[in-house]
Design a protein around this ligand. Structure first.
Ligand code: MN
Length: 204
């Protein structure tokens, strides 16, 4: 997740065609340069409105701007994680401590994957694997838009964007085919890194 105070579009961590043939260069280009950039801009603009309104004391538009912060902020954070969650040499299955934790919390890797795919199939936004710091366990979460259905305090470690802009150009209405393609490029090393970061903070 981005560790920065000012919203800024991070460069893609690979070339635009790195995820071919699973995700096309065209989709990655539109998705990163137009859609993700749009959330970054929307967050910056909402922050500006809030700062102006605090200064002037005129709170016309404040409630809308607060909604814009969560929508665009979550859009920005989740897209940043989504790009990191993929790699040209991705695919396969997780191993090490992350694998053990998935098996502990979901019964098996297959048990986790079936549930995650069901979330990806149903969500109008994102399927997420998150670490819940209250229950101290991994959970799958189905999110509508970018911020509806969030589990407060949870830390996403794997994000799959199932907005239509994510797959329609490549796969048409066959979202499940796109989900299979995602698993061909998923970067388990980045997921494990994110998992280690949050678990060491919460569990010591
Ligand atoms: Mn998206």
């Amino acid at each position: 997740m981005p560790e920065q105070s000012n919203p800024e579009l991070p460069p893609l961590p690979y070339d635009y065609d790195a995820l071919e043939p699973h995700i096309s260069e065209q989709v990655v280009t539109w998705h990163h340069d137009t859609h993700h950039q749009g959330y970054v801009n929307g967050l910056a603009s909402a922050e500006e409105t809030l700062a102006e309104n605090r200064e002037s004391g005129d709170h016309d538009g404040t409630a809308g701007a607060l909604g814009d912060v969560t929508h665009n902020g979550c859009g920005h954070y989740l897209h940043t994680l989504f790009w990191e969650n993929m790699h040209t040499d991705g695919g396969g299955e997780p191993d090490g401590e992350l694998r053990d934790r998935i098996e502990e919390d979901f019964g098996s890797y297959e048990g986790w994957k079936g549930e995650f795919e069901a979330a990806a199939s149903a969500a109008s936004g994102w399927a997420l694997l998150v670490y819940d710091p209250v229950a101290k366990q991994l959970r799958n979460v189905a999110v509508d838009k970018h911020d509806q259905g969030a589990l407060w305090g949870s830390h996403p470690v794997l994000a799959l964007d199932v907005w239509e802009h994510s797959y329609y150009y490549d796969y048409g209405p066959d979202r499940d085919e796109f989900v299979d393609a995602f698993f061909e490029v998923v970067n388990w090393d980045s997921v494990a890194k994110e998992y280690d970061k949050v678990v060491s903070r919460v569990e010591g």
